[in-house]
Design a protein around this ligand. Structure first.
Ligand SMILES: C[S@@+](CC[C@H](N)C(=O)[O-])C[C@H]1O[C@@H](n2cnc3c(N)ncnc32)[C@H](O)[C@@H]1O
Length: 379
């Protein structure tokens, strides 16, 4: 059994886990448990901050069995009534017994009931060193942390890319990973298509996750940006093995382009319309909605004829903040969350995979254009 400490957008993080693992249960607003046959890799999950594995021994026995030498450990208490004190008391209790048995021990001090990801990372508790561990207490259960999201690695990938364009907006690498993972488990080397590839964030993350990539964009300047960024990524030697033939980029309008096959999964951030820093007027919104919907519907229609039954298609579409504080979706996706369904998506040849009636909206507080994540599968 594994435990995930979820990122800020909890529902989206849970959806990502559900797409990949079994028996996923959200147990608190920021915690989920799940099962997996293989040990999950935190570096391939955009929505989880920490991953931990359930201990099948008592925490004291687990620590006492660690290889000889000094032990460094910290305790995060995620129980409902946890406090800084409850976590520290547990940690010091364990330390006292271990010291009495002759072990050299350092405890990472708690400033809160739980250690922040930064504290855990800076104390080397990310699960890579056998004698440096973070233990998680959850009521009567104990877990050991096996991975912590590497914030620095994301920032580096995001900021060091040579070709950037503020106008197309910057898809956060974490969200790109989530979009890819929402396709479900794909085989190693599967080919992921992004038909709105822009500067190539989805393509880069898919390559890092072990997939072959195919990017197209109506704007040849963007195709060039994607190619430059991928070249840079390959030069960083962050990828294992040879990647000859793993990358294909070309200029093409998603509403009529004929893609090369195979396409095993489609993950993309579609055209989001004009960037807004203030809430658009009804008139402006109408124009934007029409423009964006025409492109997305045209794309889905064109794609539907070209992919095999069962192929996952995950799209981040725009949704706009209104004065009421809620977000307005594109008409075609609004229907998915109404009680009486109008089956326009079905007529285009897709089944919908979104489970929650609320949908999956990704946005910062007061961000005007949110990303509305839609999970489809070709019928
Ligand atoms: C929001 S951006 C995607 C940004 C991208 N995720 C990135 O990592 O930079 C949308 C992209 O869609 C492209 N686009 C707009 N209309 C298109 C169409 N009809 N077919 C293909 N691409 C289109 C734009 O050129 C733009 O690069």
């Amino acid at each position: 059994m594994y435990l995930a400490v979820l990122g800020r957008q909890g529902e989206i993080s849970v959806a990502e886990l559900r797409a990949l693992f079994s028996d996923v249960k959200k147990i608190q607003s920021h915690l989920a448990v799940f099962n997996s046959d293989e040990q999950p890799d935190i570096n391939k999950l955009g929505g989880s901050l920490k991953l931990a594995q359930k201990l099948n021994t008592k925490p004291l026995d687990f620590l006492a069995d660690l290889p000889d030498g000094k032990i460094t450990f910290g305790v995060s208490d995620y129980s409902v009534r946890a406090s800084r004190k409850s976590a520290s008391v547990e940690a010091l209790k364990l330390k006292k017994i271990l010291v009495r048995h002759g072990r050299s021990v350092r405890v990472v001090e708690n400033r809160d009931a739980t250690l922040s990801t930064a504290t855990s990372l800076h104390n080397g508790l990310s699960g890579k060193n056998e004698r440096k561990v973070e233990l998680i207490k959850l009521d009567d259960e104990w877990y050991r942390v096996i991975g912590i999201q590497d914030i620095d690695a994301y920032a580096k990938r995001d900021q060091a890319r040579p070709a950037r364009d503020a106008k197309v907006g910057m898809l956060p690498p974490k969200l790109a990973q989530i979009l890819i993972n929402l396709c479900g488990s794909l085989a190693a080397g599967a080919r992921v298509l992004d038909p709105f590839c822009g500067t190539g964030v989805v393509l880069q993350e898919a390559l890092l996750m072990g997939y072959r990539v195919y990017g197209t964009d109506v704007d040849s300047r963007m195709v060039n940006y994607s190619e430059r960024n991928i070249k840079w990524l390959l030069g960083q030697k962050l990828l294992e093995g040879e990647k000859d033939g793993w990358v294909l980029c070309s200029q093409g309008d998603a509403t009529n382009f004929q893609w090369q096959v195979p396409i095993d999964g489609v993950a993309c951030e579609g055209y989001l319309g004009k960037p807004f820093s203030e809430i658009p007027s009804e008139m402006e919104l109408k124009v934007q909605k029409q423009e964006c919907q025409a492109i997305i519907v045209g794309f889905l229609k064109n794609l539907s004829k070209q992919i095999k039954s069962g192929t996952p298609v995950v799209i981040a579409a725009p949704a706009w903040l209104r004065g009421s504080g809620t977000y307005e979706r594109l008409g075609i996706f609004e229907q998915l969350f109404l009680k009486e369904k109008v089956d326009e998506i079905g007529k285009l040849g897709y089944n919908v995979g979104n489970e929650s009636r609320e949908g999956l909206l990704y946005h910062r507080e007061n961000q005007v254009v949110a990303r509305d994540i839609i999970i489809l599968r070709k019928k």
